[in-house]
Design a protein around this ligand. Sequence first.
Ligand SMILES: Cc1ncc(C[n+]2csc(CCOP(=O)(O)OP(=O)(O)O)c2C)c(N)n1
Length: 654
Amino acid sequence: MLENINSPEDLKKLNILEEQKLAEEIRKYILEIVAKNGGHLASNLGVVELTLALHNVFDFKKDKIVWDVGHQTYVHKILTGRREQLKTLRTLNGIAGFPKTNESPYDFFNTGHSSTSISAALGMARARDLKQENYSVLAVIGDGAMTGGMALEALNDVGYSKTKMTIILNDNEMSISPNIGGLNMLLSKLRTKKMYTRSNVIVKKRISKIPVIGKPIVKMVQTVKRSIKQLIIPKMFFEDIGFTYLGPVDGHNLEELQSILTLSKQIDNPVLIHVLTKKGKGYEIAEKNPDKFHATGPFDIETGKSKKEKGKDYSKVFGDKLVELAKENEKIVAITASMKDGTGLTAFSKAFPNRFFDIGIAEQHALGLAAGMAIDGMIPVVPIYSSFYQRAYDQVIHDIALQNLPVIMCVDRAGIVGADGETHQGTLDMAFFRLVPNLTILAPKDFQELKDMLAFAVELKKPVVIRYPRGGEDKEPFEKHEEIKEGKAEILKEGKDISIFTIGKTVARGIKIAKKLQNINVDAEVMNVRFLKPLDVATLKTSIEKTKKVITLEDGTIINGLGTAIKEMIIENHLEDIEMKAYAYPDEFIRHGSVEELEKIYHLDEAYIVEDIQRLMRLNVNEEHKNEEGIIDKHVEKLEEENTSHSQEESLMV
Ligand SMILES: Cc1ncc(C[n+]2csc(CCOP(=O)(O)OP(=O)(O)O)c2C)c(N)n1
């Protein structure tokens, strides 16, 4: 069945039994691909019937759909001509894990971050009305994403505006972990409501067709039912704020789904369809562990076991150290925006349930809440992924930094994260945090340093940002761990020929580069800068004055990070005859691919930098060394041919 589906038109030719069979084939196909490539499994298995029904009832050649978060669009991609390409899911130059307008005309809006879909869909509907055009606009949003402030702001606007559009609320009772909050309480009451079925609509239609008395009877019955029901279950919430609420409907019953979607087309006001689905549907292991299979690496289908055993990572080290610190300091509290497991807070939530707060996918609120707790004596620790911290920027500035409150902002997944791609790459945080007065910004070189920095932050009594990457530390651990002192860098290797200034994850690379340079008699000084802010000007300046040559190395954008800080320092301190080069990601959005591939493409890998430093120092580039990396270099060259943009390397003579 699946082999014959090359566009939504092919789907429309199928009868209901064939569609059901197709649903099972799609599940199997997605399972096989995700087991091999990794990706978002449970959410996709949950929306198979919903996506089929949507493509059956609507015509997305003219109608438009916005998928919230966008992690559940694999079925949509399969149905819209990307079946074969899905095998390249999340790989370099392959299909993205999220909707991309440049990937298909059926992807109408890029998503990746939660809770944006209703605003975007309302925008499209308003544009449609202003242009006096006629098509349907839909937003598909999960119950988790509905807890985000932006979604609630948009609901408020849609309901009031009366704009014709449809919100599909895909309610599986789960965010990544079980969903939380007052809205979830409302939804669980609605879930117990009698399910929507085609038959109860048909009866209603029939009665209303009885001449003269039919419509009034239906209306009267509805009014009585409404007032009684309102007393028992608050189903009116959505209706009171301006929506026609339809549902709940069984999200795995194709006929009911198609019927309710068809019905919604006839309503000229905003409609909210409450669809009940099961995360992981059809793959028992994921049904039982929907949080584990929300997003997964490659795994064995039979057992569900990961192919690559997960080693210790920064999130876990952070979480364990926080438990240790919290045992000694009862002021420490932890806040998560729906990312308990991902940010390593599971152990904390078990050890200190009263001091742990999962507040929904609501990063702005997380930081506002932290500010309030801090002003009244607590020490809130808020781990959020780098790219999701973007959401809470004003709260960091206005609520925390401005009042100089002791909130510890842990920036997880900082730097390149790889396969999730441009919406999830954490390349901007150093740049945007550096602008903010009163912030102390640190990045650890390894696990031990993260622990030390966390302990330091608890004592600092000021707002602190600690950024650390996805995954584990470098294979070659550091032996040296100087005490963390405010604004002090750590000299890891002294040298006289060139200074290598580096921070966080890239410190290990700095050391390796220095070792390779040693082999060609270049004596590099390696500095673990530790504090992006306040910068250890005295130590860094002394190093530059000695070597007259400096490179900076960081896992972030070229703008306003370590490289910029050093350039500013050179100029402000009138350091003369200095040669400098900054290695960082360019001023662009970084696409998906493995971290290693992306580092090579952007010329941030060890081999390239070693060679480049030789050029910088006007030494002979060792061609043999280049050949050592043969395969990789060829790979890079191939990518370059494909018009790949290069790293931003800025040379400066001052
Ligand atoms: C702003 C933001 N914060 C956090 C996330 C991480 N995240 C991705 S999916 C997800 C849960 C979404 O739950 P729901 O909307 O119910 O969809 P489901 O996966 O259950 O289908 C979270 C927290 C995100 N994508 N964006």
